[in-house]
Design a binder for this molecule. Sequence first.
Ligand SMILES: [Fe+2]
Ligand SMILES: [Fe+2]
Length: 429
Amino acid sequence: MKERKEPEAQDSSLRAWLEDCPPSVRAEKKEALAAATEEAAEARRKFMEDGSAAKEGELIRDILRVADDELLAYPGTCSRAKYKKYGHFPETIVYDHFGNHEEFQRASGLRDTRTTKSYRDRRARLKSEETVQEYYAESVRPWCGAFERKNKGDEILLVCGSDFHGLEVDRFALEVFIDVCRRTQPDVVCLNGDVVDFNSVGFWSKNPNKLLDLQGEITWTVENILRPIREAAPDANIDFLVGNHEYRLIRYLCNVSPALASLSCLDFAELFSLKELQISLVSNDAILAPNERDRQEMSKQTWKIYGGCFVVTHGTSAGRFPADKELNKYGLSGMSGHVHRPQYQSTPTVVNPWADWMTCGMMAKNDLRDGAGHGETFKTGPSTWTTGFGVVSIFPKEGVALQTPVVIKRGIAEFGGVTYRERDACAEI
Ligand SMILES: [Fe+2]
Ligand SMILES: [Fe+2]
């Protein structure tokens, strides 16, 4: 049961208000207030004795009288306690007409109506979206496709790695990935979302030191993932798809520190050395969806089509058959990540008899099989998560793509006739 406030406690704001007055006028005000209190009590008594009925309009006029009385504390407002003290109608009459004091205030225009409140809330949300839009327009969109180079041959060789998750990357898988890039010199290297983890962003306010981790993770990712990949494939198009974890950072930069987001050191491209390493972003403008649920869904739907016949997306589908779901969604052959496990699905149709989809494994370390790694803080029990990536040959003229999964199991991987073995956390070819 709600504890009832003592009359004295209810009057604490009034006391504070009185104390603010110069001593000369304090006594005068006290006297006027006592008179107003007495006058209101007398009016209520008379009303009850007469047994007359009050109209809604009279009640509204009365609460506005109390709210507008400059003698009383907080002019322009009328709380329940204030009306009980200075109102000319008893509370029971108010409740007969309005149900409760909040509704009484709404009817009198002293409180936002439900529609006004929802409008204000939406406007406030939109305000933070505008900051995201600004940041997106200045720091993300200009880098989409910024360093695209034209393909020379009839075939597009694509090496695609997903879900590196920053510091939680599997070092052996990364070395295999980089070596495959070096050996094959692909036309495109696609970093298919969740390249970084940004775990530190989620609960930053609880531990401000985590901000240091954020910078550390970005620097580590640039120096140990992005730069070695660029060095291994100097002529390749490198596409960096914005996944849900990168999206986290973008929103963090805008919402948590909007003032800082305009500094060049917090520019997305600067942070990831995109210009220096000639890495293009792939991001869907739908990041600007104003509704939270739409935003979360649509932000994951960043995708790019290669050779007119093969789509790469970070992916949104989960469950047992994500490859099938993605294939049905796009109706085009393709590859996705996000689910952290390899799966192949072929669903030929009359329109597209060669349609197939592959979800590739994650580039992050598998925690449950190897002891520690990505997901150890939130996953328990047997896991289907598997480390690996994918290699695709795309034939635009024929409109087909041939997909090859590269899977890492117990420190062994194989691709293109080469077996890689992990020894002392280093790849040995
Ligand atoms: Fe992921
Ligand atoms: Fe993801």
